[in-house]
Design a protein around this ligand. Sequence first.
Ligand SMILES: NC(=O)c1ccc[n+]([C@@H]2O[C@H](COP(=O)([O-])OP(=O)(O)OC[C@H]3O[C@@H](n4cnc5c(N)ncnc54)[C@H](O)[C@@H]3O)[C@@H](O)[C@H]2O)c1
Length: 336
Amino acid sequence: MKILLTGGTGFIGSHTAVALLERGFEVILLDNFSNSSPDAADRVREITGRDLLCIKTDLLDADGVGLAFSQNPGIDAVMHFAGFKAVGESVSEPLAYYHNNIAGTLNLIEIMNKNGVKKLIFSSSATVYRADNPVPYFEDYPLGATNPYGWSKVMIEQILRDVCAANPEWSMALLRYFNPIGAHESGMIGEAPNGIPNNLMPYITKVAAGELPVIHIFGDDYDTPDGTGVRDYIHVMDLAEGHILAMNYIRERKGAWSFNLGTGKGYSVKELIAAFEKVCGKELPKQTDARRAGDLPAAYANTALAKKELGFAARYGIEKMCEDSWRWQITGACRK
Ligand SMILES: NC(=O)c1ccc[n+]([C@@H]2O[C@H](COP(=O)([O-])OP(=O)(O)OC[C@H]3O[C@@H](n4cnc5c(N)ncnc54)[C@H](O)[C@@H]3O)[C@@H](O)[C@H]2O)c1
């Protein structure tokens, strides 16, 4: 099978490419490198010992994306990772987020339609669950968001469900990721955010490496066991596995299917930092700051549906997630 990965040189795309190549799939990466580099494709080749095609194109460039399909006939399915993902930036630059994420997806779907490719795995997010839902989150909970990034995911999910409702040939999996962390255990690929990281794990690794002075804990007075925010961290290689299972699932079915991809277990900010300190063997500087607007006390998945329908169960625990994130930081590969 030939699979095209939009945003394929990014964090989750590159790890999924490794998992696909190791299973014998043919892989094409498409990316504009706005938040990644073609080096990731080389590293995926090196890790797997297999070749892949890496195309530089922007999803907003319909001609470029059209060429990627017409010059590579026989694409069976698309995994759609490409998009902007920084929540805070989406608040200050809503139009850029809506334009890139939504218009990019519309172009992609139209071009897939023209080329007769009608299987899509979409990178959705736990941010699509309305803030007043109780935890754990079930897939049939009401949707809503608190920032433009989250709304772009809610809107794209709706668009994709509408496409499936109108055209019974389509099959799609809408995968709601919780908090992907970790890295490939080779230390050759991982999360490489531009500038100051928005997410906790890359922030912790940079403090541990001495590149940032202190970990900020935003609020320690939430109604959680230790007062800090609780999230469902999932190893990125487990997430990659979830994509392969989801692809096998939609190969045999039509319509749009939503699944949570998490471990179902929540860890607090303090617990994640403690687990990381154990792995890196030192205590890290940290300070408690005020709560951040829009942060929830706790968000974790109910994983029963993904387990029952996809056979998905996360293999890796928090220690392995910390070990692999740390290896990625200290190999120096993350700075190349
Ligand atoms: N990492 C997370 O915590 C997380 C959580 C939930 C959902 N997601 C979603 O998963 C997807 C992948 O996330 P990631 O962490 O790998 O992010 P990433 O930024 O590492 O990867 C996204 C890739 O898309 C590319 N891209 C962006 N806009 C593009 C465009 N218009 N045309 C072509 N390429 C474009 C970027 O260059 C980047 O390589 C995103 O859609 C993100 O919203 C991520």
